[in-house]
Design a binder for this molecule. Structure first.
Ligand code: FES
Ligand SMILES: [Fe+2]
Length: 337
């Protein structure tokens, strides 16, 4: 069900402090913490004694102590103290997970640790490049991660789900171009000479006609980067000149928790007015409100999918991006099995 040999964003980097943090990824409960030197440790979140989650415990220096009977583990997951015992049971060692920090996120590798090459961490350069500014948050969504991929690879839903912010009828009318290879899918939509919707009019600081683009790119295991923006109409944005426009990269990292729940890390990086902290917060809050509208749809959709096992999903032309992403995931799943 899950692609295991992959890096998943488990949290934002600032969320991991000198304290146990528990989160389930691909059905595996994981506890992680930041050591006193700033490095990270990540283990299975389960005490080998009576199986209490170790995320309920506490740190003693760089050692993790179980809250129930005090078993103590070093930063490599090895038990170094047991109550009422002379020695240490050798099997009292926890599975450790490869973990890395990059582009403002903490990444864990769920599968074979020997394959955990940090070069395979997704390239999210906009999130860490000082020429850009990036902010966002995390939502817990009660749906399978592939429903989120479908949602993000087909932005025609903006017209109906987000009519007051980024939705407009031209999105449904504009044709899409879908390109795909073995590892990625790109869905491109250009809308020419249209009125900017409220969010973009405010950022462009203009109500004049604009050219608007949405370029959604899926990559494994379940990441969708969306290059979005508007430029004054006819100023050459579609030919590559965005000097009269504003660009954002909507970052979406879907980390499966279970088959029917997902940690959805989202945010937007932008290359305009990067020093305006107030704008950064307003965009983040606006995005939070927009994605809340998606949550309601996705939660209800998943409930119905579970209820209506007699029905299959119907694929329309607008679903080409999501369908291709599902094909790539399925192919990679069979390769990893
Ligand atoms: S359950 Fe952890 S020490 Fe007993
Ligand atoms: Fe949406």
């Amino acid at each position: 069900m899950f692609l295991r040999d992959a890096w998943y964003a488990i949290s934002w980097d600032h969320e991991i402090k000198h304290a146990p943090f528990g989160r389930t990824v691909c059905g595996e409960p994981i506890v992680l913490y930041r050591r006193t030197n700033g490095a990270l440790s990540a283990f299975e979140d389960c005490c080998p004694h009576r199986l209490l989650p170790l995320s309920k415990g506490y740190l003693k220096g760089d050692h993790l102590v179980c809250k129930y009977h005090g078993l103590e583990f070093d930063e490599c997951g090895q038990c170094v103290w047991m109550p009422g015992q002379q020695g240490i049971h050798k099997e009292a060692k926890m599975r450790i997970y490869p973990v890395a920090e990059r582009h403002r996120f903490v990444w864990v590798w769920i599968g074979d640790p020997a394959l955990a090459d940090e070069k395979k961490i997704p390239d999210l350069r906009w999130c860490s490049d000082p020429k850009w500014i990036f902010e966002g948050s995390t939502y817990h969504v009660k749906c399978n991660y592939q429903l989120l991929v479908d949602n993000l690879m087909d932005l025609s839903h903006e017209t109906y789900v987000h009519p007051s912010s980024i939705g407009q009828h031209e999105i449904v009318e504009a044709p899409i171009k879908v390109e795909s290879d073995d590892a990625s899918v790109t869905v491109t939509r250009w809308m020419y000479n249209i009125d900017p919707p409220p969010f973009w009019a405010a950022n462009l600081k203009s109500q004049e006609k604009c050219d608007r683009w949405q370029i959604c790119q899926f990559s494994l295991p379940a990441n969708v980067m969306i290059d979005v923006g508007v430029a004054l109409a006819g100023t050459g944005a579609s030919q590559g000149d965005r000097s009269r426009g504003v660009t954002g990269i909507v970052v979406n990292l879907m980390t499966p928790e279970t088959e029917t729940s997902t940690w959805y890390h989202w945010g937007m990086a932008r290359d305009f007015q990067t020093g305006d902290r107030g704008l950064t917060m307003r965009i983040r809050d606006g995005q939070a409100a927009v994605f809340t509208e998606d949550l309601e749809i996705l939660n209800s959709q998943q409930e119905n999918i579970l209820r209506r096992t007699d029905r299959d999903l119907l694929n329309l032309k607008i679903d080409a991006g999501g369908v291709n992403a599902r094909r790539i995931i399925e192919h990679e799943l069979s390769r990893q099995r």
